[in-house]
Design a protein around this ligand. Sequence first.
Ligand code: NAD
Ligand code: UDP
Length: 317
Amino acid sequence: MRVAVTGGGGFLGSHLCEALLRRGDAVVCLDDLSTGRPENIAHLRKYPAFQFIHADVSVVADVPGQLDAVAHLASPASPPDYLRMPLQTLAVGSRGTENALELARRTGARFLLASTSEVYGDPLVHPQEESYWGNVNPIGPRSVYDEAKRYAEAVSFAYHRTHGVDVGIVRIFNTYGPRMRPNDGRVVSSFIAQALGGEPLTIYGDGKQTRSFCYVSDLVRGLVAMLDSSETGPVNLGNPEEWTVSDLADLVLGITGSDSEVQYHPLPVDDPVRRRPDIGRAGAHLGWHPEVPVELGVRRTVEWFRGRTCDDVTGES
Ligand code: NAD
Ligand code: UDP
């Protein structure tokens, strides 16, 4: 296959590019490196089948030649990133998705949309099934991300119905692992960086809110399975292991052996209270299940943060 990966220079995108190259696919990575990093993909340049195009896909998403698939991952994903770049986030979720869909339409490629559990907002149904329509504040600060992704899902389905584009939507739940930026503000990377740096761990609110954390190698297997399928979705991809933020802080302190203290800060506006995926559909339709328990995944991530090399981290060891 020849696959275009928008956002391929980011955390998840770089792992996806690597997984595809390793199985023999050709990969064209489109990225403006706004939240991605050149070092995430530096080691991929050894593959002759890897190509990088520096592009803001909200403006243009053009790839010369034939394509079998377009995986659209471009978008800020960390709350501090999308709150810092609200208009860019709306642009890439809307115009960026339209441009990526046009690319798929022109080339007859399958289109994979990296949507998010944030389409469920602060969910009133628990765990979240794909049939749940969500509880999103359309004008709150998080709406620039949540509503952009909801629009991205809507326009993907419209392209499917109108132009017959072979779309597949995955809703990704909190995923962590090597290549997260230590200062990207997401909870796993923040706690690990703080613990290793001897700084206080910053818990927002009382720490009783929950998230369900998926290790990156599991998630990427799910993305590839969806790419290879003809499922339209949406399909939840995430690890249903649900943790409170406080318990996650304790886990990180235990694994790192850090004596950092815990500091409490105000809860961000509209921060969801609970989140856990129902992954029945992913199991039934893709044969996908996460395999890496949170303790093991956090241990691997801590090791990576200690050594911090961007090479060869998709490996399953
Ligand atoms: P990330 O910030 O590491 O990667 C996003 C990438 O997109 C970066 O390389 C960035 O430079 C690029 N990008 C942003 N805007 C762009 C634009 N206009 N043109 C070209 N490139 C652009 O984030 P991530 O965690 O790797 O997330 C990847 C995708 O997965 C995002 O679409 C995100 O919404 C989705 N997702 C991630 C998670 C998660 O837990 N990591 C959860 C749900 C959804
Ligand atoms: N969080 C926290 N301390 C931090 C970063 C995040 O307590 O330093 C909390 C945040 O308020 C949320 C949870 O951890 O309740 C997950 O936050 P993250 O930004 O990783 O993901 P999202 O909110 O998008 O699920």
